[in-house]
Design a protein around this ligand. Structure first.
Ligand SMILES: Cc1cc2nc3c(=O)[nH]c(=O)nc-3n(C[C@H](O)[C@H](O)[C@H](O)COP(=O)(O)O)c2cc1C
Length: 331
């Protein structure tokens, strides 16, 4: 009898917990939706930060083009015109005092220098734009040897961290054992209550790789060279209450950063790839990769051994004053 009562109590409590978590999750996702609508740059391009982010994306497309394997002259003409328009609009509204916007001008100048002998569209427009920005030099996209790229492997953390960059040049296979060593290092990432949400699905079948990249859409011009693809997921089983709706991405993201450092440490060229895809694409990828539905795909990482030398995008960073805000009186 006592045992039965205990069982009823247990069932009742777990039903209450499930109802609470469902209720919390509904409230949390409604709140997230409102926050997204109020803040997402794509919906508020009149704001300075959103306009700048759009310019950063614009110059990033050209930086990728400038540093891609098998680069072909004449690439990205539409992207050049788009970036000129964005910079002009930004400067009219907010002025010229912004390092990221100046870098965009520098990237456009680097594009012009690469097309020194060309006179077709959109170069006359680009020339007029650049002559209105005579003080901005061409951006430098680093050309590195493999040895130089990995030279800070054993350096103190500031040098090591600064030496890590994504690489979109792959020229050889990475042994499975190296991936296993990198994952063994990556698991040192912290996680909420040590619940260790992250999982890695390593793809080394070219047909699966191509299917994944076709769905993902961010690897044009280099994805087919990747030897392996690491799909980092987070197991939702580790989530305990509704307010933790972001935990798979927070814990998964920390793991991804650690994994990228680990890959860099082991001399593996890697390119992080977004997983900002529609529910249909996400569902399909779960199916063809055999990922359980209870794991959220957090990030995809293309890996390979790099060639003897290659180009990397400069990707300059914001300055500390852009990033750090002290709240409170301070000491
Ligand atoms: C969440 C995330 C998504 C990314 N998606 C892509 C992508 O789809 N394709 C790509 O070529 N690079 C992608 N990248 C790489 C970034 O472009 C790169 O990390 C950034 O420009 C900074 O350069 P760095 O890592 O070389 O310092 C992504 C990076 C992150 C963190």
């Amino acid at each position: 009898m006592i045992k039965q009562l205990k069982n009823i109590k247990r069932l009742f409590l777990s039903a209450v917990t499930r109802a609470r978590v469902r209720h919390e999750a509904s409230r949390a996702f409604r709140y997230d939706r409102a926050q997204f609508m109020a803040g997402a740059g794509a919906l508020h391009l009149d704001r300075r930060a959103a306009a700048r982010a759009e310019i950063v994306m614009g110059y990033h497309v050209l930086e990728k083009g400038l540093t891609m394997p098998r680069r072909r002259l004449g690439f990205g003409k539409g992207a050049v015109v788009h970036l000129i328009n964005l910079v002009n609009a930004f400067e009219r509204r907010f002025g010229r005092d912004d390092a990221q916007v100046r870098h965009a001008v520098g990237v456009l100048r680097a594009y012009r220098e690469l097309h020194r002998d060309g006179h077709d569209e959109p170069l006359p427009r680009l020339d007029a734009f650049l002559s209105a920005h005579p003080d901005v030099p061409a951006a430098v996209e680093p050309h590195v040897t493999r040895e130089a790229f990995f030279a800070a492997k054993d350096a103190p953390f500031p040098r090591f961290a600064a030496s890590r960059h994504v690489c979109r040049h792959f020229a050889g296979p990475v042994p499975r054992q190296v991936i296993e060593s990198a994952v063994a290092l990556a698991v040192t990432a912290p996680s909420a209550c040590n619940r260790q949400h992250a999982r890695v699905h390593a793809v080394d079948d070219p047909a699966l790789r191509d299917r994944l990249f076709a769905a993902q859409g961010g690897t044009r011009g280099f994805g087919a060279d990747a030897d392996k693809v690491l799909v980092v997921t987070a197991d939702l089983s580790a989530v305990r209450w509704g307010w933790e709706r972001h935990d798979c991405y927070v814990n998964g993201g920390l793991f991804v950063m650690n994994l990228c450092y680990a890959l860099h440490y082991f001399g593996v060229a890697h390119c992080i790839l977004h997983w900002s895809v529609s529910p249909e694409v996400d569902r399909a990828a779960h199916e063809f990769l055999g990922i359980p539905p209870g794991e959220a795909i957090v990030q995809v990482i293309a890996c390979g051994l790099p060639p003897a030398e290659f180009d990397i995008a400069a990707s300059p960073r914001l300055v500390v004053s852009d990033v750090l805000t002290w709240q409170g009186g301070g000491r």
